[in-house]
Design a protein around this ligand. Structure first.
Ligand code: BMA
Length: 340
């Protein structure tokens, strides 16, 4: 297959911190890769919920085909959301826990959101009978969670809006219909719920064909943030280039994950008001293109709009570490004028 979109760049309004804000070496328990982290402000600090794949090394993976032993989801806190992360001594949940449901294989890619004072997680969930999306209520002390609902397979990428809209909870989701949408042409859908348990009034929100640089799939990333113009909403956007050679430790990896931006109607988020027609964030730092497990991946799971107008975007880089990019909200909203 020829290289379809050889060069994609990050928009200049995005300021990436040149170094990751968290790496495997920072964790107080075994960790090979720490990435895909949701972050929110909570009780005067920032809480991060992150994914940890553990139990191998690059050398063992490459020379002895030794795969990861497990995945856990952990908690860290920081005063400024940038550095000084303090870790809980144990993960919140670990796939190797012998007491867990035997049907469950692992939770990963956590997104955290606060709605009406309560904390919720959306967790990608591998089960023995398919890949699901779990919605759980996180206890106030961040030590345990209670599952509220789980989807049918295959539908692992979910994010909740941070408030009810017209009396209903709203989520973005990305089912994986392999029979009807060939070549992973997976799209973003929107569903509503009165109680976070029963989900319905589901409809297509954004089809892959509306994202010009994608030849594979799209999916939700972080919970949308509310602005005067609408719900500012990131999404992940994937193109495959069969000509890409060895990418990181995983030799067959051919995908590139970028981040797109759209604006949804405040009162009816099933209406897409605008889509920025180029990537907002593309892999271009050395940690994103030259190092790590799966190169050419940026995968946000958290976005915060500060009172100052700064937008913090937390993303996994190369499925290996946690990085932070910032932008001004007005500059992000101005991108939709560029597109008109
Ligand atoms: C997706 C998920 C993410 C991962 C990404 C890039 O399908 O598995 O956890 O970050 O691929 O590898």
């Amino acid at each position: 297959m020829p290289a379809v979109f050889p060069v994609l760049t990050t928009h200049p309004c995005i300021k990436k911190r040149p170094q990751p804000i968290m790496t495997a070496a920072d964790l107080p328990y075994p960790c090979s890769l720490v990435f895909n982290a949701g972050v929110i402000p909570y009780r005067g600090e920032y809480v991060m919920i992150f994914r940890n794949d553990y139990g191998t090394t690059q050398a063992l993976y490459e020379t002895q085909n030794k795969k990861f032993a497990g995945t856990s989801v952990g908690v860290a806190r920081s005063k400024n959301g940038v550095d000084g992360w303090v870790f809980d001594p144990e993960p919140l949940v670990d796939s190797s826990d012998p007491h867990k449901d035997p049907e469950l294989k692992r939770y990963y890619d956590p997104r955290i959101v606060q709605i009406e004072g309560r904390l919720y997680l959306c967790l990608a969930t591998d089960t023995r009978h398919g890949i699901c999306g779990t919605i759980a209520q996180l206890d106030d002390d961040l030590k345990s969670f209670t599952v509220i609902s789980a989807s049918a397979p295959d539908n692992r990428n979910m994010v909740l809006f941070p408030e009810k809209i017209n009396g209903e909870f709203v989520r973005l989701e990305r089912p994986m219909p392999i029979y009807s949408r060939h070549n992973e042409r997976f799209d973003i859908w929107l569903s509503r719920s009165p109680d976070l348990v029963y989900w319905g009034r589901t409809g297509l929100l954004l089809g892959t064909e509306r994202v010009p640089w994608v030849n594979d799939k799209i999916g939700p990333t972080a919970s949308p943030v509310k602005t005067k113009a609408g719900w500012l909403t990131l999404f992940h956007a994937v193109d495959i280039d069969g000509a890409r050679g060895k990418n990181g430790w995983e030799p067959t990896w051919k995908k590139r994950y970028t981040t797109g931006l759209m604006l949804l109607d405040l009162n009816d988020p099933s209406k897409v008001l605008a889509i920025y027609d180029k990537p907002l964030i593309a892999p271009d730092l050395p940690v994103e293109t030259d190092e790590g497990f799966r190169q050419n991946v940026v995968f946000p799971c958290g976005m915060i709009l500060e009172d100052s107008g700064e937008v913090k975007i937390y993303y996994g880089a190369s499925d290996t570490c946690v990085c932070l990019a910032t932008a001004q909200v007005d500059e992000l909203l101005a991108l939709f004028d560029e597109t008109k």
